[in-house]
Design a protein around this ligand. Structure first.
Ligand SMILES: Nc1nc2c(ncn2[C@@H]2O[C@H](COP(=O)(O)OP(=O)(O)O)[C@@H](O)[C@H]2O)c(=O)[nH]1
Ligand SMILES: [Mg+2]
Length: 246
């Protein structure tokens, strides 16, 4: 098939997006709905991206930082108490083109074992069965590494990741690590991510914020598959593409 050029970037508008534009897009996030149980979630017909992670991993702070909204996800004083799935719509001019799903943090010590198991089940069911789910961001405090619950979740979603579900391990609170520690944590996480990817993030230092915003944009606006691209040069490629360079 592709025998000539190394990269497919030729005539098609690329889904790449400038960091500032991606941040602007993230900033459009608005509350959509909340659900205590899976079957209460509305069906969604745009890409849905789930944020998951153990309690205190920095999930609320991350969502607030990405969306540049202080209160969108409640950075809770009482970890483990938000046992709801919260959905937020993204998209300009009120037109939703993606949805963020904020899942309950897990592993909080003060929650009873039966509550933990119940929530683990809800989460795993969601991740396995939610048809609009396009990508998962697994937040992890690199000082703790992936915990048993993170690993279980990873195992549960691995078949879907192998099937094309997007997956990112986001190492939070990177400001707590030295450069060398960051590099080490990142290379470990890249291995653990399997077919997915890994990135460093710090809400405090605004590290990785634009990178994550751009990645989520790309997940939500995938390029047309290369196979579907006709070999025609670029006749009507007029004004549609954003100017971009890798
Ligand atoms: N140093 C540092 N602390 C952070 C960062 N992100 C979150 N935290 C802190 O980690 C704690 C847990 O954050 P939170 O967002 O509530 O975690 P969640 O339970 O996963 O939603 C809070 O005390 C935050 O201030 C970060 O990037 N750097
Ligand atoms: Mg939280």
């Amino acid at each position: 098939m592709t025998n000539s050029s190394p990269a497919p970037a030729a005539g098609k508008p690329s889904p790449a997006i400038d960091g500032k534009l991606a941040m602007g897009w993230m900033h459009t996030a608005r509350f959509l709905t909340t659900a205590a149980q899976l079957h209460h979630l509305p069906p969604i017909d745009v890409p849905e991206i789930a944020f998951v992670g153990r309690s205190n991993a920095g999930k609320s702070t991350c969502i607030n930082t990405l969306t540049q909204q202080k209160q969108l996800a409640f950075a809770s004083k009482k970890p483990g108490r938000t046992q709801h799935i919260n959905l937020f719509s993204l998209g300009r001019q009120g037109v939703t083109d993606a949805v963020l799903a904020d899942l309950p943090g897990y592993g909080y010590a003060a929650v009873s074992r039966s509550d933990k198991l119940r929530w683990q089940q809800v989460m795993v069911n969601y991740l396995i069965s939610r048809s609009s789910l396009t990508g998962i961001v697994l937040l992890c405090d690199p000082r703790l590494g992936l915990t048993e619950l993170d690993e279980a979740l990873l195992e549960a979603v691995r078949p879907r990741v192998e099937d094309g579900l997007k997956f990112l391990i986001l190492l939070t609170k990177a400001d707590k690590l030295t450069r060398a520690e960051q590099a080490k944590a990142l290379s470990i996480a890249r291995l653990q991510a399997g077919g997915g990817e890994a990135m460093l993030f710090s809400a405090l230092k605004k590290q990785g914020v634009e990178d994550v915003a751009q990645l989520l944009w790309r997940w939500s606006h995938p390029a047309e598959p290369a196979a579907a691209t006709p070999a025609v040069p670029s006749a009507a490629a007029d004004s549609a593409g954003e100017p971009q360079a890798t």
